[in-house]
Design a protein around this ligand. Structure first.
Ligand SMILES: *[C@@H]1O[C@H](CO)[C@@H](O)[C@H](O)[C@H]1NC(C)=O
Ligand SMILES: *[C@@H]1O[C@H](CO)[C@@H](O)[C@H](O)[C@H]1NC(C)=O
Ligand SMILES: *[C@@H]1O[C@H](CO)[C@@H](O)[C@H](O)[C@H]1NC(C)=O
Ligand SMILES: *[C@@H]1O[C@H](CO)[C@@H](O)[C@H](O)[C@H]1NC(C)=O
Ligand SMILES: *[C@@H]1O[C@H](CO)[C@@H](O)[C@H](O)[C@H]1NC(C)=O
Ligand SMILES: *[C@@H]1O[C@H](CO)[C@@H](O)[C@H](O)[C@H]1NC(C)=O
Ligand SMILES: [Zn+2]
Length: 481
């Protein structure tokens, strides 16, 4: 196994060679005792040996593997084709036709969700959540914005909620052109189809906690649908422990023809925008910039979903989104919820936000012929593995603190013990490492003293369920004074 240093060297080599290859080595090996990048550390015993062990990614259960096999690219293709058939799904397009416009798309998604719900023995309900958006910069007249939701109620922890979304609205070159055909096959019928396929499969299962599968609207006009959904959940004090946004997950071929069909990017923001000024200042002071709930959600996704069962690698990108572009995870982050965006590895801008046309021999437009449904099916597996693992695990540990009152070389961590958890694990990594590398099982306790200095590594605490599923890790802050 390569060292952490070699892992980065391989990445640099790939970039120099001019290939746009994303780093896919998902779980780097534990820091080697003699890794030269650490020779500046004065402690000769670096890293301290004999504590914990190498972190091994959790394997999917048999039940999860069965569910992953049920994801069918043919269904995803049929959903995308049907969505494209509505001509345009622009947010401002007509809502009173059964064959054209966003209203027709809304009603069709609702009818599909209702059919899935019929097979759920009452666990899943389909609903349409609407409000009227008044005039704004990309909204020239008041318009009804509708999110279509399939909610499957958790069997043992119904009050803990996970949200997954795709947006079903579409656009062409002019964001205000609501009459021209806007197929939006990749952006974002692909994400919508992925959510629908997961709804179909989850309807026949009994997740421990609640999952909301959302087809949202108004994304292209200014994230209106997802903002309304996030605000509704926040106003009801809903405990949303993760939100997964899928936007542009339909192709792995970039505009230079480069292909990377077994990688999906997951964008994860650093310091949460919802944090108070005091917490943000403390986060900076203690080096917690890289340990937002969103980034620890992305790490969990890589750990449970980059494997043979999904056939995919995950390239975590440590930023909110692509440069100056946004998505439906953003309103959830603003509402204080951990949220990430999945998107394809290489975008082709000839097939995004474009009038359908042929110009100088090049075909422009977001057409289904440029979508690879096998790729979308693999991204769906990544999402299902992540969503199922989260929903079957205990919730994230609460009130995780790190004691700074004793000046020694040990680390004292505390948290609130939850009935849901079978036990807890302390995880850590070098401050320069992207992913957790080491783990110490500590049992069902609410505090532990680890013979490692908090100054030299980053610690996290995660809950483990009876079924072996783990929550995302929580970064400890010093207790509130
Ligand atoms: C670290 O030490 C081991 C055992 O002495 C050796 O096999 C390995 O090559 C060393 N690694 C590096 C990166 O120096
Ligand atoms: C459908 O809605 C449009 C506005 O989007 C309106 O102009 C038209 O009259 C409506 N048609 C019917 C049959 O209600
Ligand atoms: C959420 O609550 C705020 C403050 O009361 C209110 O302004 C807003 O309209 C509410 N949003 C939703 C979607 O319920
Ligand atoms: C097509 O070619 C014309 C003439 O060379 C040029 O002005 C135009 O920008 C080209 N269009 C695109 C989309 O490249
Ligand atoms: C635990 O954390 C919550 C916020 O998540 C806070 O309201 C509560 O006071 C904390 N409890 C203790 C004992 O610190
Ligand atoms: C911390 O470790 C250093 C180096 O190993 C040692 O010199 C020092 O005495 C330790 N401090 C305490 C308080 O144990
Ligand atoms: Zn989009």
């Amino acid at each position: 196994m390569p060292s952490v240093k070699l892992y980065f060297t391989a990445l640099l080599t790939a970039v120099r060679a001019g290939e746009f290859v994303l780093p896919r080595a998902v779980i780097p090996p534990p820091v080697a005792a003699n890794a030269s990048i650490y020779t500046d550390c004065a402690n000769a015993a670096w890293p301290p040996s004999g504590v914990g062990k190498e972190l091994v990614p959790q394997a999917p259960s048999e039940e999860l593997k069965e569910m992953l096999k049920e994801i069918d690219p043919a269904n995803i293709e049929a959903y995308i084709k049907k969505l494209v058939s509505f001509g345009t799904r622009h947010t401002l397009s007509i809502q009173n036709s059964t064959t054209r416009g966003i209203g027709a798309a809304r009603d069709w998604i609702y009818s599909e969700f209702s059919k899935f719900a019929d097979k759920s023995e009452g666990r899943m309900t389909a609903s349409i959540q609407s409000y009227t958006q008044g005039v704004a910069s990309r909204i020239p007249f008041p318009v009804k914005i509708s999110n279509v939701l399939a909610t499957i109620k958790g069997s043992t922890s119904p009050d803990r909620v996970y949200v997954i979304s795709g947006h079903y609205d579409s656009r062409v070159t002019d964001v205000l052109d609501y009459t021209s055909d806007a197929p939006g096959a990749n952006d974002d019928a692909s994400g919508t189809a992925l959510v629908m396929e997961l709804a179909r499969i989850l309807a026949t299962r009994q997740p421990a906690s609640t999952i909301i599968l959302a087809a949202v609207s108004g994304e292209e006009q200014n994230l209106y649908g997802s903002t309304f959904l996030a605000q509704t959940l926040k106003n009801a004090s809903t405990n949303v422990e993760a939100m997964l946004n899928n936007d542009i997950v339909g192709s792995s071929t970039g505009d230079r023809g480069q292909r990377d069909p077994f990688t999906v990017r997951v964008f994860a923001q650093g310091p949460p925008p919802s944090e108070s000024a005091a917490t943000a200042a403390r986060r900076l002071q203690i080096g917690g910039e890289n340990d937002s709930p969103a980034r620890n959600l992305a790490r969990l996704s890589a750990e449970v979903a980059a494997n043979d069962a999904t056939g995919m690698g995950i390239a975590i990108v440590y930023r909110l989104d692509r440069f100056l572009r946004g998505g439906d995870h953003t309103p959830f982050l603003q509402a204080g919820y951990p949220a990430v965006r999945y998107t394809e590895p290489n975008e082709d801008f000839a097939h995004q936000h474009q009038d359908v046309r042929t110009e100088n021999g090049t075909v422009y437009g977001d057409l289904i012929e440029f979508v690879d449904v096998e790729y979308t099916a693999r991204v769906a597996r990544v999402n299902l593995a992540t969503l199922w693992s989260l929903s079957q695990a205990p919730g994230m540990p609460r009130n995780v603190t790190i004691d700074t009152s004793v000046l020694d070389n040990d680390t004292r961590l505390r948290w609130r013990v939850s009935e849901e958890a079978e036990g807890y694990e302390v995880v850590w990594r070098a401050t320069t490492a992207p992913l957790w590398t080491n783990v110490l099982e500590v049992g069902k306790v609410g505090e532990v003293r680890v013979p490692l200095s908090k100054d030299n590594v980053i610690f996290g605490v995660r809950a483990v369920g009876k079924n072996g599923y783990r929550s995302p890790a929580v970064f400890p802050f010093p207790p509130p004074s």
